[in-house]
Design a protein around this ligand. Structure first.
Ligand SMILES: C[S@@+](CC[C@H](N)C(=O)[O-])C[C@H]1O[C@@H](n2cnc3c(N)ncnc32)[C@H](O)[C@@H]1O
Length: 227
């Protein structure tokens, strides 16, 4: 771990892991994650990074959906989440986990075909640095998918942010688009998921999310230093 901000995230999400929040997050994030996965147009041979994987439920879901030829890597800053993820994924050959911050991914250049991040990107202290690191580890023409319920257009964001013990970014879809483009990503797209009006009120709040996706360009990107 390098910075104080990262240490704060590690200890906060270690607390969440110990208090059993990983299972509740799976219940809350499952529907929007399924929708995002449908947008990813996945084949059997994908190499997927899940950034901020928590206890790894979405990694296991991807491994099951894609089968043994896929390679799934989950990364999280919380060592307790990673411990849970490894325990729950015992015996699944094509899933592995890395402990560390999203800004420093222990992996070869140009490796991943896709990156998925579920309800995690708004916590990253230096989002530009993470986007640069993703540009390094994603293969040419690979795509990233950042799914977030905390964003400026979501009226529920304010009350969620007030309850959190760590700082978060609350950006609009347009701001995310500008941020990704400024870090060299192309074909940046944003899509808002809205709750089904007939679904029960307790699930509605978890079904509104912003999906930001983008492609790595096919020629090298020359970037200025992030923040
Ligand atoms: C709200 S939880 C979501 C977990 C999981 N994706 C899910 O949907 O159930 C956010 C996760 O992001 C991780 N996280 C937060 N900041 C991070 C960072 N800078 N680098 C890597 N992971 C981070 C947390 O440890 C936590 O597991």
């Amino acid at each position: 771990m390098t910075s104080q901000a990262q240490e704060l995230l590690r200890s906060e999400f270690n607390r969440w892991a110990k208090e059993g929040w990983a299972e509740a997050m799976e219940r809350h994030h499952f529907r929007i994650t399924e929708k995002a996965i449908r947008r990813m147009e996945l084949g059997e041979d994908e190499r997927i990074l899940e950034l901020g994987c928590g206890d790894g439920w979405a990694c296991r879901l991807l491994a099951k959906l894609l089968g043994p030829r896929s390679r799934i890597v989950g990364l999280d800053i919380s060592d307790e989440m990673i411990r849970l993820a490894r325990r729950k994924s015992e015996g699944i050959e094509n899933v592995r986990y890395l402990w560390g911050p999203a800004s420093k991914i222990d992996c070869a250049d140009n490796y991943f075909t896709r990156v998925l991040s579920v309800e995690s990107f708004y916590y990253y202290p230096d989002q530009a640095a993470v986007l640069d690191e993703l540009l390094r580890v994603t293969m040419r023409m690979g795509r990233i998918y950042l799914l977030m319920c905390i964003f400026a257009e979501n009226p529920d964001s304010k009350r969620w942010v007030e309850r959190l013990q760590v700082p978060v970014h609350v950006r609009s879809a347009a701001e995310y688009r500008a941020l990704l483009e400024s870090r060299g990503w192309v074909e940046v797209e944003t899509e808002q998921f809205d709750p089904d009006p007939d679904s029960p009120p307790e699930t509605q709040a978890h079904d509104r999310a912003l999906l930001v996706s983008a492609r790595k360009p096919d020629s090298p990107v020359h970037l200025s230093q992030s923040s």
